[in-house]
Design a protein around this ligand. Structure first.
Ligand code: NAD
Length: 347
């Protein structure tokens, strides 16, 4: 019947991948015909930004270093003043989802090309999605024009990522892949990407935690994050992302840490109802994917339970009620009692 039809759409983008790929940015800028580049970078990417600014010479006309998490429109307003003042005709972002989100917000307003150099595993660089906050309220939009036209994956930009951020950011990426495995709109393409992303991330993460600057394992993590981000762009996310959004919004919590403390619990809840995902994950982790993910999460040297983030036990029922009232598509049950049980386990 027609209910079984899925749609797979791909938006064009150009991706460069390889150690040292950042040195090709001036050529990519030239390719776009841009001559007035705005550089957006967070503090962690200062050295890479300075290097790129020097390489671009007089084509680097301005820098903005005020990007913060959740893309507040007030910050975007400050950045737009710089875009206009400098008459920028391209934006280059270097950083995690916060810098890339600001790049997308600039593109939404100025319509200039965007080259993104990701330094985390969040995956925003390959999605046509932008979440912006006004007075603390986040609104998300999806538009093919928001997908950065050029992405440069240079593993060297990730070698000094702290171990804690590495772990939470990679588990955030893993969550995109896992939810794509059980998504109702999964296609053979998204399923293949999600499976390979899970294999790369689960395989490389323990190695990177042992040796954070090891090039082959860091490369595998970045490749896994690319594939996982592509899953986020194409498949609908389920209970795991809904819980992360609901908790993050209600209690103002760090996104990647939330993912890390929730994923094993959502896997335990969903896998009995998601045979394809269970089968594929078992082929990667052996018998017990829940235990494998729980072991990774347990290696985190920061808050590991919802209670450690200050979430009150008596606040969980209300979150569960809200999730159950309008659930994202999910293989396991999403009634309030089931959702509350997942939350309580993560608490
Ligand atoms: P982030 O960009 O906020 O970075 C977290 C912190 O780590 C920052 O202080 C940053 O400066 C630092 N950092 C980044 N890379 C580093 C590195 N290599 N070494 C050392 N420090 C580094 O975190 P994020 O998780 O990448 O992004 C989160 C934001 O992105 C959120 O606003 C989220 O909503 C958004 N996001 C959007 C999408 C999308 O598709 N639209 C996807 C994923 C995330």
């Amino acid at each position: 019947g027609r209910g079984m039809v899925v749609v797979h759409e791909t938006v064009a983008s150009r991706v460069l991948l390889g150690a040292g790929a950042r040195h090709l940015v001036p050529e990519e800028v030239e390719r776009l015909g841009a001559t007035r580049v705005l550089l957006v970078a967070t503090g962690s990417a200062r050295a890479a930004r300075d290097e790129l600014e020097a390489a671009l010479g007089e084509r680097a006309v301005a820098c903005f270093d005020g990007a913060v998490v959740h893309t507040p429109v007030a910050v975007t307003g400050q950045a737009m003043a710089v875009v206009e003042e400098a008459a920028a005709d391209a934006v280059v972002t270097i950083g995690g989802g916060s810098a890339i989100g600001l790049g997308k917000a600039i593109v939404a307003r100025a319509g200039i090309p965007h080259l993104a150099l990701p330094t985390t595993y969040a995956g925003s660089e390959v999605t046509p999605v932008l979440g912006e906050t006004t007075d603390g309220v986040k609104q998300t939009r999806r538009d093919p024009a928001l997908l950065p036209g050029t992405v440069v994956y240079d593993v060297e930009l990730t070698l000094r990522m702290p171990v804690g951020l590495t772990l939470t950011s990679a588990v955030n990426a893993l969550a995109h892949a896992v939810e794509a495995l059980w998504a109702p709109d999964a296609t053979p393409v998204s399923g293949a990407l999600a499976t390979e992303a899970s294999r790369l991330l689960l395989g490389a993460l323990p190695e990177v935690l042992d040796d954070p600057s090891g090039l082959p394992a860091r490369t595998a993590l970045q490749e896994g994050a690319w594939l996982a981000g592509t899953c986020l762009a194409t498949a609908r996310m389920g209970l795991h992302h809904q819980l992360a959004h609901a908790l993050g919004g209600t209690f103002d919590l760090p996104h990647a840490e939330l993912h890390t403390m929730l994923l094993a619990h959502v896997l335990r809840h969903n896998l009995p109802h998601a045979p394809t995902a269970a089968h594929r994950l078992r082929a990667i982790t052996g018998d017990d994917p829940v235990a494998a993910v729980a072991a990774l999460a347990a290696a985190y040297d920061g808050p590991r339970r919802l209670r450690d983030l200050g979430v009150p036990a008596d606040g969980l029922a209300a979150v569960a009620e809200r999730v159950a009232a309008a659930p994202y598509p999910n293989p396991g049950p999403t009634d309030a009692a089931s959702v509350e049980a997942v939350l309580r386990a993560a608490w």
